[in-house]
Design a protein around this ligand. Structure first.
Ligand code: XMP
Length: 516
């Protein structure tokens, strides 16, 4: 395992993904983790991430020098680089010489461990206020920029490396190569981590964990739960029953698709529970987003518990149902504050929204994976494209796409609008261009319109098409005007009570992808 030490901001996740793209398994640990704890994990190498701080700020993260003495290869990036320089006795100056964005890097030794086979001049992505002016003793300076005399240093003997810039971002053209050079040449790690390994590993550990007991899995129709279910089914076969809870917050046609496509692809045992009334009752009068998320998460578990009782009652002689399979992903774990001590932005219903009196043991076979990796696992397991390539859809469903109270009428209205938007996006060939397109109903907002010859006083629908690599950050998609026009015209014509369609042009951050 390569450990990515997270000094804040968004960089650590991206670095972890890049390491995995190099087919080396990686995990993130918070920057506050004590060195002996880091070393106890027996890492093959350590990467120190960038972060928003200056090494001169009071309270800025620091690093115990013991980390560099342990014989474990270390690669510092940006803040991690400066921290390394400072800790090992180099010189970091608060010169005010800032560099942000694309910068030209001058490589001074092209045959070095990091720069072997890459050009002497290469574009890199910089983002720093401080600059390293002298490398620590025993280090060779291998690159510079017009502003920074020491933009990269290397110590082959101690296997310590660092670069001032962000090799993990796309704009650093040779960044991936340099990262791989660190991993393969510097740290001597072999690229053996594949989704095939993940499957074998998970299948073995799930078998061991479950033994002869039984498990149930909540299917939402989304990629994550489908892949989780297929993986667990591969491990324990008929000991798994999938439960699909129709909470009434699904999109149009979704239930039928799960019943048909998924069962056809996997042959899994499926139990469909109609719980619409129960969820709508529980959500009555509630418009606070966090409260909605918690209620939906809680009701989900209650329905599962009930399904569990029924499954047991149906086959009384069998082993008890002790396990619940969930499609929790690595970004969910990190974003819910479970991974790196980051702030709790939202209670994802499959992580933070779980009730405390949970009666199941959890199986979360995708807990270490990013979305694109989950898709690869799904493909490898033979799931059909329509399932594997589906856009993400949140567990709480349309319940968090109605701003205001959730009612049956509003859900029906939003379902119609959403179906139109999806249909037109697909028809226009946009599915592969966008990450997802939430369609949101502003139920508490009304505006005046005119239709036919009469005044209308209806609700706005928001289109929120975004592009993203992993949902951690996102940009609004520049959809062609003709497509937007078509969607707008159809929604205002065909959906009762909607007289306005608006486009969300906010990136993430500052906006999240979903409105709630
Ligand atoms: P946000 O809105 O936080 O969403 O930018 C990031 C991604 O996560 C999805 N999402 C969820 N998925 N349970 C899920 O399984 C949830 O509670 C949940 N909330 C948001 C969202 O659709 C986007 O892809």
């Amino acid at each position: 395992t390569v450990l990515v030490v997270d000094f804040g901001a968004q960089y650590a996740q991206l670095i972890a993904r890049r390491v995995r793209e190099a087919r080396v398994y990686s995990e993130i640990v918070p920057g506050t983790t004590p060195v002996d704890e880091i070393l106890a994990k027996n890492p093959a190498a350590i990467i120190l991430s960038g972060g928003p701080s200056s090494v001169y700020e009071p309270g800025a993260p620091t690093m115990d020098p013991a980390l560099f003495e342990a014989g474990v290869p270390v690669f510092g990036m940006c803040y991690g680089f400066q921290l390394m320089a400072q800790t090992l006795g180099g010189q970091v100056d608060n010169t005010g010489a800032r560099e942000y964005g694309r910068t030209q890097l001058h490589v001074s030794r092209s045959g070095s461990t990091l720069y072997e086979g890459t050009p002497d001049e290469q574009p890199v992505w910089m983002s720093h206020g401080d600059a390293c002016s002298a490398a620590p003793e025993g280090f060779e300076v291998t690159a510079s920029t017009d502003v920074v005399p020491v933009a990269a240093f290397e110590n082959d003997e101690k296997k310590l490396y660092g670069v001032q810039y962000h090799p993990e971002v796309m704009h650093s053209t040779f960044g991936q190569q340099i990262l791989e050079h660190f991993l393969y040449r510097g740290a001597g790690i072999r690229p053996t981590w594949t989704t095939g390994n993940v499957i074998d590993e998970q299948v073995a550990s799930i078998r061991e964990m479950v033994g002869n007991k039984r498990a149930i899995c909540g299917l939402s129709g989304g990629v994550d739960s489908a892949v989780a279910a297929a993986l667990v089914q591969k491990a324990i076969g008929k000991q798994l029953t999938c439960v699909y809870v129709d909470h009434g917050l699904m999109r149009k046609g979704e239930t039928e698709q799960v019943e048909k496509d998924f069962v056809a692809a996997t042959g899994v045992e499926l139990k469909v529970v109609d719980a619409e009334e129960r969820f709508l009752n529980a959500l009555k009068g509630v418009s606070d987003p966090e409260e909605k998320r918690k209620i939906i998460g809680r009701e989900f578990i209650r329905v599962f518990e009930q399904a569990q009782a029924e499954i047991v009652a149906e086959a009384p002689g069998d082993q008890p149902v002790e396990f619940l399979v969930q499609g929790t992903l690595y970004p969910d774990v990190v974003e819910s504050g479970g991974g790196t001590g980051t702030a709790n932005i939202k209670s994802h219903h499959n992580v933070g929204g779980l009730p405390e009196d949970l009666e199941f043991k959890l199986i979360e076979p995708l807990r270490q994976l990013f979305k694109d990796e989950v898709r690869m696992v799904g493909q490898e397991l033979g799931l059909p494209e329509e399932i594997v390539q589906r856009q993400p859809f949140p567990g709480p469903g349309l319940g968090i796409r109605i701003v205001g109270e959730v009612t049956k009428e509003r859900l029906d209205l939003l379902r119609e609008a959403d179906a139109i938007a999806r249909e037109e996006l697909t028809a226009a060939g946009q599915d592969s261009q966008i990450w997802q397109c939430p369609v949101v109903l502003l139920a508490d907002v009304r505006s005046v319109g005119v239709q036919g010859d009469g005044r209308t006083y209806g609700h706005p629908i928001v289109l929120r098409p975004v592009s993203s690599e992993d949902a951690m950050t996102a940009d609004w998609s520049r959809l062609p005007y003709e497509v937007l026009e078509k969607i707008s015209t159809r929604i205002t014509n065909e959906v009762r009570d909607v007289n306005r369609v608006v486009l969300d042009v906010t990136s993430k951050p500052p906006g999240t992808i979903e409105w709630e």
